[in-house]
Design a protein around this ligand. Structure first.
Ligand code: ACO
Length: 427
């Protein structure tokens, strides 16, 4: 039976329907609220607002559950690959062998940037952040393929493959450019993640050594980042898509939203924090005291999450992978020791316990990336490469939803009421 809820506004009852999700969560459908009452809801930060119905990713933040299309993240991390998971997210089902082969071929076919795009990289100063380059280049890429802007839905698989494949090429080119290194073209014989590492670290005439454990570790990082329901960047992608902007423009906006340190930029911020603590000779105690007394406005980066009020399941997997990779590469990292110490103190500290603050996906991912040679300013770019399938799946969902309307929130106005223009001499 469909439940309804009753609001009472100025003594007048208003009945509103509810929507129940497949995992049992209940939303109050307020679509008719303003028409019926003249009121709107106010929810800064959207902590209580469901902006859409979606069949892509399920999170239960209280229980620490994350599932892509019904599959538990731990099982996918163990058994799947980033590209298979990308297919799952975008098309809804795990691919058959021929479907996966066709998807892989499409990625390979679309991996080269238009040659003229290489000149665009020259326009950026060496100090440009790779996220700025990534966002600009994704948007620019649509100009080289005008049919992306047309409304031909049957071309969607090509556009999606082009975006997934080229984001990796753009990322590698931006790294090479920033370091004054010659561009390395992708190879048709290499799989997605190995090809990315090749473009990053090979030299003309000298291919880099693609260690399987390094390829596997980065592939896992991409997979764990592949989607996370209505976070800031995905909501941005959906918002832009709602205006019927093209896929590349929507994804480019997603990159900008991801860049901030409270979102994807946290992986870089975590490493900067750990380096600072290390340089300070602190074991983490002094830093945590500063965080808790709030006088410095600092946060323990890589901790806390809007949705998870328990362990972020991705953080558990990444932490294990971090230990594994460092041991496989015979490396030790003092920053890992500091991170573990910070985690241990925080998990037993009343400040963090009371606020349900646990390590999130970014807490350990940077240490793995550092161990495999990814420079710190590329960390958030790795996140963007990983998140691309999730953004594309959400874009597709918006485009296929025949009821979808342009996203246009309202506001409670708090500025001046009507007043007359004051001439300059009277101000
Ligand atoms: N360190 C210290 N205190 C924190 C932290 C933290 N990392 N996160 C939250 N808090 C405190 C806040 O100061 C606040 O305390 P108060 O009740 O005394 O005012 C309380 O916990 C609630 O914090 P909010 O900011 O209201 O929580 P919100 O859900 O809005 O923010 C966020 C979530 C942005 C992730 C936050 O926890 C944070 O800034 N974490 C650090 C940055 C980070 O790691 N971001 C990556 C998130 S995962 C991702 O995007 C991939």
């Amino acid at each position: 039976m469909n439940r309804t809820v009753e609001l009472n506004i100025d003594g007048k009852p208003v009945e509103l329907p509810t929507v129940v999700g497949s995992e049992g969560e209940v939303g109050i459908d307020i679509a008719t609220l303003r028409n019926k009452t003249g009121c709107i809801t106010l929810d800064p930060g959207y902590g209580n607002t469901g902006a859409c119905k979606s069949a892509i990713t399920f999170i239960d933040g209280e229980q620490g559950i994350l599932r892509y299309r019904g599959y538990d993240i731990a099982e996918l991390a163990e058994k799947s690959t980033f590209i298979e998971t990308a297919y799952l997210l975008i098309y809804g089902e795990l691919p058959t062998r021929p479907e996966l082969a066709a998807f892989s071929d499409l990625l390979t076919e679309n991996q080269m940037l238009h040659e003229d795009m290489r000149h665009l990289f020259d326009g950026f100063p060496p100090t440009a952040h790779p996220m700025a380059i990534l966002s600009a280049m994704i948007n620019a890429a649509s100009s080289y393929h005008p049919n992306i802007i047309s409304k031909r839905e049957e071309r969607f698989p090509w556009h999606a493959a082009r975006l997934i494949s080229q984001v990796r090429t753009i990322a590698a080119y931006s790294y090479r450019k920033a370091h004054g290194l010659p561009t390395i073209y992708p190879k048709t014989t290499l799989k997605y993640t190995a090809n990315f590492l090749h473009m990053m670290f090979s030299h003309p005439g000298e291919d880099c050594d693609l260690k399987p454990e390094v390829v596997k570790a980065l592939d896992l990082i991409f997979l764990l980042h592949a989607d996370h329901e209505q976070n800031c960047s995905t909501s941005t992608v959906r918002m832009v898509a709602s205006s019927r902007a093209n896929l590349f423009a929507s994804a480019s906006a997603g990159v900008c939203a991801l860049w901030g340190p409270l979102h994807g930029g946290a992986n870089q911020a975590v490493l900067e924090m750990l380096e600072e603590i290390h340089a300070d000779g602190d074991d983490g105690t002094k830093f945590l005291n500063q965080v808790k007394n709030k006088t410095t406005n600092r946060r323990l980066m890589g901790f806390g999450h809007r949705v998870y009020k328990n362990f972020d399941p991705r953080a558990v997997i990444i932490k294990q992978q971090c230990d594994k990779v460092l041991s496989q590469l015979h490396k030790s990292d003092p920053l890992l020791d500091i991170a573990k110490k910070l985690e241990e103190i925080a998990l037993h500290d009343d400040y963090f316990i009371a606020r349900k603050l646990y390590p999130n996906v970014d807490f350990y991912s940077g240490i793995i990336m550092r161990a495999i040679g990814i420079p710190m300013d590329m960390f958030t770019v790795m996140f963007a490469i990983g998140r691309m399938p999730g953004w594309i799946a959400n874009y597709k969902e918006v485009m296929e939803d025949t009821d979808s309307r342009i996203c246009r929130p309202r506001q409670i106005y708090t500025g001046s009421t009507l007043r007359s223009y004051t001439p300059m001499e009277s101000r």
